[in-house]
Design a protein around this ligand. Structure first.
Ligand SMILES: Nc1nc2c(ncn2[C@@H]2O[C@H](COP(=O)(O)OP(=O)(O)OP(=O)(O)O)[C@@H](O)[C@H]2O)c(=O)[nH]1
Ligand SMILES: [K+]
Ligand SMILES: [Mg+2]
Length: 454
């Protein structure tokens, strides 16, 4: 079955004509079995059901007639053709029903976006987050947040308007506490959003390091197949290679990159630029180093030299460091090397050998534990219970609001008047999410990729 909703523009009153004799509108909110007849030729096009929604208790707040007809292409096109013959009847634009509902004040922007996200939801968690938005939970959360900011603004304005002696002590301290709480609530949602994004699209983990240290060997170890070419020639990997896998229940997009060094080889240089770009865009980076190249024994003590940067190409922005080729170490320094690694100020560092497999099991187990803790991987039951924000536009405005509140906190002990402005901007940023402010700028963008009939 296919539902066809009819948008009827208001018909201008015709002088002298009596009220129409048409049986419509029938009782609202009741299904009627009906025959769909071409108004010009009288031809029966289909049999179906009709239901009349009387405004304002309809989705768009206008009178709406819904026809439920058979979904065959010929049936639908003949009915649409017949409808097109009626004066003031036309096909709805993509998202037009939702847009009308929005204009009538039946929903705010977050609900509109919720409908869009619901239609496009591909995973269970996307569906859940979108459904909360359509139900107005995001709107309610934001409106409470905005009210709280405006309340703070009210107190600050009172400080400005009245002389010190008329105002109770500690008002500003109270406002500071309140704004801290507001910031905390926003940060919590932003981090939930980030976690949600990672659950949706995968954590981007980039392997990088100097040439020939075993990056591609590590990539293949994760992939459990010969996904990347491994040779003893430095500069083997050029393009960025990617595989999707799970680490500790977390979807991960793992990238292998070209070894970073100064080079005259044009192709290799392009590969290195790509590597640097990929490392910049990664959520986390894992630097691979070759143990024999980074250890230095001085007076019988083992030192490990971590590079500051790699060939001036990329800062050594590592989250984790994997010291490979442990098998090449003389047995007598192995224990001291492990001790030296433990002393490094790095979130995670391991000494392994991809050739012999030594240390790899512990490495994987610890990496899983670290990632699970970092991204707060929870059980299925409560995974999404706290997540409200599933939309990048919302998170952008929330980040802006957070910055304004921070600016308020940084300045409120000085010029209160200027600080108050920051709170006003923060409230406006929240208002932009729900569409109370600056709505015209975003409407076309939001409705652009809505489907027809919604
Ligand atoms: N002895 C030893 N050799 C290893 C180990 N891991 C990798 N290799 C060898 O090191 C060489 C380089 O390995 P790759 O995986 O190609 O290194 P890469 O870092 O991807 O190199 P590029 O792509 O050229 O930057 C190969 O000959 C590997 O077999 C290890 O743990 N021990
Ligand atoms: K190599
Ligand atoms: Mg490689």
């Amino acid at each position: 079955m296919v539902r066809t909703k009819i948008i009827r523009k208001p018909v201008p009153p015709q002088r002298g004509s009596s009220s129409p004799t048409s049986p419509l509108p029938p009782h609202p909110w009741q299904f009627y079995r009906c025959r769909v007849v071409h108004s010009g030729t009288g031809e029966v096009l289909d049999e179906g059901l009709a239901v009349f929604f009387k405004g304002p208790r309809s989705f768009t707040a206008e009178d709406v007639l819904e026809l439920h007809v058979h979904s065959g292409r010929a049936v639908v096109s003949s009915i649409l053709g017949a409808l097109a013959c009626l004066p003031y009847c036309r096909l709805a634009e993509p998202g037009e029903f939702t847009r009308r509902a929005f204009s009538a004040g039946h929903m705010d922007l977050t609900q509109v976006e919720g409908i869009h996200d619901l239609i496009n939801a591909e995973t269970e968690s996307q569906r859940r987050v979108a459904l909360q938005a359509t139900a107005g939970q995001v709107r309610d959360w934001l409106s409470e947040l905005r009210t709280d900011i405006i309340k703070c603004l009210g107190y600050v304005e009172a400080l400005i308007d009245f002389s010190e002696e008329d105002i109770e002590d500690g008002i500003l301290d109270d406002v500071k506490l309140r704004t801290d709480d507001i910031s905390r609530r926003i940060r919590e949602q932003l981090s939930n959003f980030k976690r949600g994004e990672i659950m949706r699209s995968g954590l981007r983990l980039a392997i990088f390091g100097p040439p020939n240290v075993g990056k591609s060997s590590l990539f293949n170890f994760f992939a459990q197949r010969e996904a990347a070419i491994v040779t003893n020639v430095p500069g083997t990997t050029r393009d960025v290679l990617e595989i999707s896998l799970e680490i500790g229940g977390l979807p991960v997009v793992l990238a292998d990159t070209a070894g970073i060094r100064e080079t005259d080889d044009v192709v290799e240089r392009i590969g290195i630029e790509r590597a640097a770009d990929r490392i910049d865009r990664a959520d986390l980076s894992l630097c691979v180093l070759s143990l024999p190249e980074v250890i230095r024994v001085e007076g019988g003590v083992v030192h490990i030299d971590l590079p500051k940067e790699l060939a001036g190409k990329t800062s050594f922005k590592h989250n984790y460091v994997l010291f490979n080729k442990r098998d090449l170490l003389p047995a007598k320094v192995a224990d001291e090397v492990v001790a030296a690694i433990e002393k490094l100020e790095v979130e995670g560092a391991w000494a392994i050998s991809l050739n012999t497999g030594e240390g790899t099991k512990g490495f994987i187990q610890e990496l899983e534990t670290i990632l699970r803790a970092r991204y707060n991987v929870m059980s299925e039951d409560n995974k999404e219970s706290q997540v409200l924000i599933g939309n990048a536009r919302h998170s952008t405005h929330l980040e802006t609001a957070l910055e304004f509140i921070k600016a308020f906190r940084d300045t409120c002990d000085g010029d209160v008047m200027l600080a108050a402005e920051e709170l006003r901007y923060a409230a406006q940023s929240i208002g932009k999410i729900t569409g109370e402010i600056g709505v015209e700028d975003v409407l076309d963008v939001i409705f652009r990729d809505f489907c027809i009939g919604k």
